[in-house]
Design a protein around this ligand. Structure first.
Ligand code: NAD
Length: 357
C-alpha cells in the first residue's frame, strides 16, 4: 500500500489547523540562520495579507500549528472586514530579543519576493517597523514599514477605534443603549491597543477598571482616565457591563468564563477563545461575545489604505467604523439562529470565501 493512501498521519496536511490552506513555504537560510514558515490560507479575495510573528517556538509542530491557525484567521478577518485581500501569515522561529539581524530579515524578504505578491507581509508579535524596513530592501510586498517612508505607521490606534465601534454595537444590542455614560468596562491589558481603547471609552463617559501585569501600564490609565485598578485574576469577576480582553489570547476558557459577571465580552486580543466550545459556553450563559477577529480588524483595514498614491487615514477610519455594522449583523443572525456569535462569524466568513471561490 502506498504511503499516499494514508495521508492522515502527518503534521501538515492532516493537522486540523491545515483546513484547506493553499500553500505553505518552509524557508531556510544557513548564512543568517533564518528558519521561517509562510502559510497562505486563501487568495480568493486577493493577495494573502498577514503579519510576520517572531517567536522562540519550542518545536516545529508548534510553529506549524501557530502559523496555520493565524493564517486562516486572517482569511476570516479580511473577508469580514470587506477587504480585497486574502489570508496568510508567517512565523520566524527565533527569539526576537536575541536572534534578530539585518541579514535574517533580508533573507526573509527574498522569500517573500519569490512569491511575487501572493503574500504581503506586515508586523506582528515580535517584529517591528525596523524589521519591515529591512524586509523592504528585498521586496515591495511589505506593509507597515516606517511612516516617514509613506506607510501607515502604528496600527494600534485604528485597531482600538474598531474595537470601540464593535463594543458600542454589543452594548446597543445587548443592553439597548447607545450612550456609554456611566458604562462600566473592565479592560485587561493596557498596552498599545488597550490604552487607546481606554481613551475612547473615557471620552464617551465610561468608567474603567484596568489590569496589567505591568503596574506602570495601569498607573497611566489611572492617572489619565481616572481608572480603578484590579490586580491579576480579579479582573474577571468585576461587577461591570463589559469585559474587554486586550492582552494575550486564550483568556476565555473553562476557568475564567464562570467567573464573568459582565453580560458582554468585547476586546482586542487575538484568539480569545481557548477552544471553539468556549464560544458556546459564553452564549449559554447569556454573555454576548463580540468575535475577536471581527472587532480587532482596524489594524489590517488601516494597512489596506497604504496605496501607491500614499496612505489615507481618513478613509481607513471611515472603513473601520463599519465594524459596528458587521458586529450588529453577526449578533442579529446569532440571535435568530440561536447559535454562538463565534460560530456565526466563522460561517459568514466561509460564505464570503466560497461565494468568490
Ligand atoms: P501590547 O504588547 O502593546 O499590550 C499587551 C499588554 O497586555 C501589555 O501591557 C502586557 O503587559 C499586558 N499583559 C500581558 N499578559 C497579561 C495578563 N495576563 N494580564 C494583564 N495584562 C497582561 O499589545 P497590543 O498591540 O496592545 O495588542 C493587544 C492584543 O491585541 C494582542 O492580543 C494583539 O495580538 C491584539 N491585536 C493587536 C493589534 C494592533 O494593532 N496592535 C491588532 C489586532 C489584534
Amino acid at each position: 500500500m502506498s504511503k499516499f493512501e494514508h495521508p492522515d498521519d502527518g503534521p501538515v496536511f492532516s493537522s486540523p489547523a491545515f483546513d484547506q490552506h493553499e500553500q505553505m513555504i518552509f524557508c531556510a537560510d544557513a548564512k543568517s540562520g533564518l528558519r521561517a514558515i509562510i502559510a497562505i490560507h486563501s487568495t480568493r479575495l486577493g493577495p494573502a495579507l498577514g503579519g510576520c510573528r517572531m517567536w522562540p517556538y519550542e518545536n516545529e509542530t508548534d510553529a506549524i500549528t501557530d502559523v496555520l491557525r493565524l493564517s486562516r484567521a486572517m482569511s476570516y478577518k479580511n473577508a469580514l472586514a470587506q477587504l480585497s485581500t486574502g489570508g496568510g501569515k508567517s512565523v520566524i522561529i527565533g527569539d526576537p530579543v536575541r536572534d534578530k539581524s539585518e541579514a535574517l530579515f533580508q533573507a526573509f524578504g527574498r522569500f517573500v519576493e519569490s512569491l511575487a505578491g501572493r503574500y504581503i507581509v506586515a508586523e506582528d508579535v515580535g517584529t517591528t517597523v525596523r524589521d519591515m524596513n529591512q524586509i523592504r530592501s528585498q521586496t515591495s510586498h511589505v506593509m507597515g514599514f516606517s511612516a516617514q517612508q509613506g506607510s501607515s505607521g502604528d496600527p494600534s490606534p485604528v485597531t482600538a477605534y474598531g474595537v470601540f465601534c464593535g463594543l458600542k454595537a454589543a452594548v446597543e444590542f445587548r443592553l439597548g443603549r447607545n450612550d456609554l455614560t456611566g458604562l462600566r468596562v473592565a479592560v485587561q491589558g493596557i498596552g498599545n491597543v488597550g490604552y487607546q481603547l481606554c481613551k475612547y471609552l473615557h471620552e464617551a463617559g465610561a468608567k474603567l477598571i484596568v489590569s496589567d501585569i505591568q503596574r506602570q501600564a495601569t498607573a497611566r490609565a489611572e492617572a489619565d482616565f481616572g481608572a480603578e485598578h484590579a490586580a491579576g485574576a480579579d479582573i474577571y469577576d468585576q461587577d461591570v457591563d463589559v469585559f474587554s480582553p486586550c492582552a494575550l489570547g486564550a483568556e476565555l476558557n473553562h476557568r475564567t468564563i464562570p467567573l464573568l459577571k459582565a453580560p458582554i465580552v468585547a476586546g482586542a486580543a487575538n484568539n480569545q477563545l481557548e477552544r471553539p466550545e468556549d464560544g458556546a459556553d459564553l452564549a449559554a450563559r447569556g454573555i454576548l461575545y463580540a468575535p475577536d477577529y471581527v472587532i480587532n480588524a482596524g489594524g489590517v483595514i488601516n494597512l489596506s489604505y497604504e496605496r501607491d498614491s500614499g496612505y489615507d487615514r481618513a478613509q481607513a477610519m471611515k472603513h473601520t467604523a463599519r465594524i459596528y455594522d458587521m458586529a450588529m449583523k453577526i449578533f442579529g443572525r446569532a440571535e435568530q439562529e440561536r447559535r454562538p456569535t463565534s460560530d456565526i462569524a466563522d460561517d459568514m466568513a466561509e460564505e464570503l470565501l466560497t461565494a468568490t471561490g
